[in-house]
Ligand binder design. Structure first.
Ligand code: NAD
Length: 454
C-alpha cells in the first residue's frame, strides 16, 4: 500500500491529472467502461444480495452517469479562477481564487449501494484532478471483485486503483498519509476514520448514517404520502441510508395512513421470489433486524425466513421512543410508526436524538413545513417525498454532526476534492510608501483610514 501511494504521489506531481483534457478523458473512459460492463456488474450485485438489475441501473448507474455528464459539462467553469474584490490597501491589484486538486485521495465505500457510493465520489475526485485509491466495502464480495477487475484492467493504478479488503486492510490504509479521505459508512467507523485522518491532518468528508424521521401531519395528502414513503422505505429492502427510518404521524390521520401504507405494500408485492426486493446483506444484519420486530406491535408483516435472508416489509404501530427499534438506525425493512398529538412535542423528541442525515415532511401546510425545516437539524431532505433529493446533482448531499461532515454530488463533490488557492496579483507601476520606514504616526493614521475602506 505504501508503495502504491508513493507511486500515485509521484504521478500526481507530474501534474498530468491537473490538465483539463486528462480529467475529461478519464471521466469519459469511466463512463464507457461502466456502460460496456453494466451487465457483469449487475450480475455481481445480484449474486451478493439479490439486488435486481432494474434497481441497480436506476439507483446506482444512472446516478453515476449523471455525475459524469454534469462534470463533463461544467468542468471548465468549476476549474476556472474566480475574481474576488481587492480591498483598498492593496490597490492596485487583482485578487482571485483558483480551485486546486488535493493530491492522493482515499475513497472508502459502504455496501448498500456499492457502485454509486464508491464511484460517485471517484467522479468528483477525477473532476477535481486527483489520483484515487478506492476501497469498496468487502460485504458484497462479488461486487467488490468486479469493480477491482474492471478498474485495474482499464486504469493505470498510479492514477486510479482499487484496494479490496475489510477491517485489517482499511486499518492499514488509514495509517498512510493521504491528502483527502472520503468515507461513507456508519457513524462508529466514521469516528475511527476521523481519528486516523487527524494524525496526518488529512481533510475528510464523512457520509454517515442515522435515524431519518418522516413527519406525516394532519395536513398531509395521505394517499400520495403512503405511496412515496413505502417506495422509499422498502427500496433495497430498507437498506438505504436516507430511507425514512421511522414515521411520526398525527393521531388524527394515523389509521388512514396505516391502511394506505398496507395497500401500497400489497400493490408493490415485495415477495422473496420477486426481483423488486433485495435480500438482507448478511446473517449478522438479518439477526440484528429480526430482534427489532416486537410481535405485539406488528401492524403489517413481521414474518421472515433466515435461509433466504428475507424479512417481509413490516410496519410497527404504537411505537414509543423507548422501544428497542428506536435506539439505533434500523437499516432494514421495518417501519416503526409513532403517533403524536402536538407537532412541537414531536419536533422536540426528534431534537433529543442525534442529527439525522435526512428528514421528510409530508404536509400541505407551509407553516408546518417551515417549522420542521427550521427546528430540526438535518443534512438534507424532502418535502412531500423521500429519497429523491439524492437524485438532484445540484443539491449538495451530506449529513451534519453524527450523520456526517461535508457534502458532495455535482459541484459540491468537485469542491469536496479541491481546495481554493487564493492569489493576490500586483503590478509594479505603483507602490505606496506607507508600510516602509521611516514609520510615523501619520503613516499609521493613513493605514488605519485605508483599512476602513475594504
Ligand atoms: P461500515 O461503517 O461498517 O463500513 C463502511 C466501510 O468501512 C467499509 O468499506 C468497511 O470495510 C470499512 N470498515 C468497517 N469497519 C471498519 C473499522 N473498524 N476500521 C476501518 N474500516 C472499517 O458501514 P456499512 O455497513 O458498509 O454501511 C452502513 C452504514 O453506512 C449505515 O450507517 C448507513 O446509514 C451508512 N451509509 C451512509 C451513506 C451516506 O451517504 N451518508 C450511504 C450509505 C450508507
Amino acid at each position: 500500500m505504501q508503495e502504491l501511494i508513493k507511486r500515485q504521489r509521484y504521478f500526481f506531481n507530474t501534474n498530468r491529472t491537473k490538465g483539463i483534457s486528462f480529467r475529461l478523458a478519464q471521466l469519459k473512459k469511466l463512463e464507457i467502461v461502466l456502460r460496456q460492463n453494466e451487465h457483469l456488474l449487475c450480475e455481481a450485485i445480484y449474486k451478493d444480495f439479490k439486488k435486481s438489475s432494474f434497481e441497480t441501473k436506476a439507483t446506482e448507474f444512472e446516478l453515476i452517469y449523471q455525475e459524469i455528464k454534469l462534470a463533463l459539462k461544467k468542468l471548465k467553469y468549476w476549474t476556472s479562477r474566480k475574481r474576488v474584490t481587492t480591498n483598498l490597501i492593496n490597490f492596485p491589484a487583482q485578487s482571485y481564487v483558483v480551485p486546486q486538486p488535493l493530491g492522493v485521495c482515499l475513497v472508502i465505500g459502504a455496501w448498500n449501494y456499492p457502485y454509486q457510493l464508491s464511484l460517485s465520489p471517484v467522479v468528483s475526485a477525477i473532476a477535481a484532478g486527483n489520483t484515487i485509491i478506492l476501497k469498496p466495502s468487502e460485504l458484497p464480495s462479488e461486487t467488490s471483485k468486479a469493480m477491482k477487475k474492471l478498474i485495474s484492467e482499464n486504469f493505470d493504478e498510479t492514477f486510479f486503483a482499487v484496494v479490496e479488503g475489510g477491517i485489517p486492510e482499511t486499518t492499514e490504509l488509514l495509517q498512510q498519509k493521504f491528502d483527502k479521505i472520503f468515507f461513507t459508512g456508519s457513524t462508529s467507523v466514521g469516528k475511527i476514520v476521523y481519528k486516523a485522518a487527524a494524525e496526518n491532518l488529512t481533510p475528510v468528508t464523512l457520509e454517515l448514517g442515522g435515524k431519518c424521521p418522516a413527519f406525516v401531519t394532519a395536513a398531509a395528502n395521505i394517499k400520495m404520502t403512503a405511496k412515496r414513503l413505502i417506495w422509499g422505505k422498502f427500496l433495497n429492502a430498507g437498506q438505504t441510508c436516507i430511507a425514512p427510518d421511522y414515521v411520526l404521524v398525527h393521531h388524527s390521520v394515523e389509521n388512514p395512513f396505516l391502511e394506505a401504507c398496507k395497500t401500497e405494500i400489497e400493490k408493490a408485492n415485495y415477495a422473496f421470489e420477486n426481483d423488486n426486493y433485495a435480500q438482507i446483506i448478511n446473517d449478522k444484519n438479518f439477526q440484528r433486524l429480526i430482534r427489532l420486530i416486537d410481535a405485539d406491535k406488528v401492524y403489517y408483516g413481521g414474518s421472515y425466513d433466515a435461509t433466504k435472508r428475507y424479512i417481509q416489509p413490516t410496519i410497527l404501530q404504537k411505537v414509543s421512543f423507548e422501544d428497542v427499534c428506536m435506539q439505533d438506525e434500523i437499516f432494514g425493512p421495518i417501519l416503526p410508526v409513532i403517533s403524536y398529538q402536538d407537532l412541537s412535542e414531536a419536533v422536540r423528541q426528534v431534537q433529543q436524538l442525534p442529527n439525522p442525515l435526512s428528514c421528510y415532511i409530508f404536509s400541505e401546510k407551509v407553516s408546518e413545513r417551515q417549522k420542521i425545516v427550521r427546528e430540526v437539524t438535518f443534512g438534507c431532505g424532502a418535502i412531500n417525498d423521500v429519497v429523491m433529493h439524492i437524485t438532484n446533482p445540484y443539491l449538495p448531499f451530506g449529513g451534519v454532526g453524527n450523520s456526517g461532515m461535508g457534502n458532495y454530488h455535482g459541484e459540491a463533490g468537485f469542491k469536496a476534492f479541491s481546495y481554493e488557492k487564493s492569489i493576490l496579483r500586483k503590478p509594479n507601476w505603483l507602490e505606496l510608501p506607507l508600510k516602509y520606514s521611516p514609520l510615523s504616526k501619520k503613516k499609521l493614521g493613513w493605514i488605519r483610514r485605508i483599512f476602513n475602506y475594504f
